[in-house]
Design a binder for this molecule. Structure first.
Ligand code: 13P
Ligand code: SF4
Length: 306
């Protein structure tokens, strides 16, 4: 605790000295989320907030694609990642060459990339989306292109879960989140049997039968908002474990029950390496100017859709 307190004090002083802010994803540990973050949220909120800050330095407490997104929206600012090895199984599942091959195979069909992709992949696509706006972007992209089909990648489960909500045909890719793909329908049945009356909230990166067996599905911010609004006596957040830890204090009327899974990539970010990033001003996110300019377009298109 003493070490943690020392890191928190140092980080707060460094933020003032460097004119820096910390953007933290909802899966960061509670000490990051509550003690040092300036903005917390889902991927969409972090991208939006990255466009409004006047700080000179942005530290992204999240995985690499989130830091790249902050950089491409703020090319003139210093964007720091506390650990550049914090990857994502979804971002790793597809390359720019894969996108070019998909485009050649499906001419005229709009391509939507989940925000969980590299900047190099975003540079090849038409729209970006997050779990908070997937259906809206799918429908907008199809309408704008005059088609009834879109390609949505790389998460096959997000594609299947979005397809359940729309008339548009979605051509998926094969990627999956290594954290969410492990949840099963049997897990849901077991929680319901063990905790009568439990409300089950699942992230749409979970397999389709898991989402179908749940009471509500949405982005991490939508799951948190559901708990705050409905105040269930018991809730199971079928997602990364820090989610429930982070919102428990603000929702004392709700008992949070398991299962949850840890994301090893999100967990690479610690108070110690956030402090180190601000002390040394490393590691910076540096993108090829050509990739940055092209990757920005699908993200800005997404942000322009209300
Ligand atoms: P959201 O916070 O946008 O719902 O995304 C979840 C996730 O897995 C990010 O990596
Ligand atoms: Fe990627 Fe899944 Fe971790 Fe999110 S939880 S960063 S999608 S591996």
């Amino acid at each position: 605790w003493a070490l943690m307190h020392e890191d928190v004090t140092a980080i707060r002083a460094l933020k003032r000295a460097r004119n820096a802010i910390i953007l933290a994803h909802n899966y960061q540990t509670p000490e990051i989320y509550h003690a040092v973050a300036d903005i917390v949220g889902d991927s969409l909120a972090l991208a939006r907030e990255a466009t409004t800050t006047s700080a000179a330095v942005i530290v992204v407490a999240g995985v690499h694609f989130m830091a790249e997104t902050a950089k491409l929206l703020n090319p003139g600012k210093t964007v720091l990642t506390p650990d550049s090895r914090a990857g994502c199984s979804l971002a790793d599942s597809i390359t720019p060459a894969d996108i070019r091959a998909l485009r050649a195979a499906h001419p005229g069909i709009p391509i939507i990339a989940y925000v969980n992709t590299s900047a190099a992949v975003k540079a090849e696509v038409d729209y970006c989306c997050t779990s908070a706006n997937a259906r809206r972007i799918v429908e907008h992209a199809a309408h704008a292109a005059g088609t009834t089909t879109v390609i949505m990648l790389p998460d096959r489960f997000l594609a299947a879960n979005t397809a359940r909500e729309t008339e548009i045909t979605i051509i998926p890719w094969t990627g999956a989140c290594e954290v969410h793909e492990r949840f099963t329908e049997a897990d849901i049945a077991q929680v319901r049997a063990q905790y009568p009356g439990v409300t089950i909230l699942a992230h749409p990166e979970c397999p389709e039968p898991v989402v179908a067996a749940s009471d509500f599905s949405g982005s991490t911010a939508a799951l948190a908002a559901y708990v705050t609004e409905h105040r269930p006596a018991r809730a199971a957040l079928i997602t990364e474990c820090s989610m429930a830890d982070n919102i428990a204090a603000a929702n004392p009327a709700t008992e949070f029950v398991k299962p949850c899974n840890l994301c090893p990539h999100m967990k690479r970010i610690t108070l110690a390496n956030i402090r180190h990033a601000l002390e040394t001003m490393t590691e910076t996110i540096d993108l090829d100017p050509g990739i940055l300019a092209r990757a920005r377009i699908p993200v800005e298109r997404m942000l322009a859709i209300p």
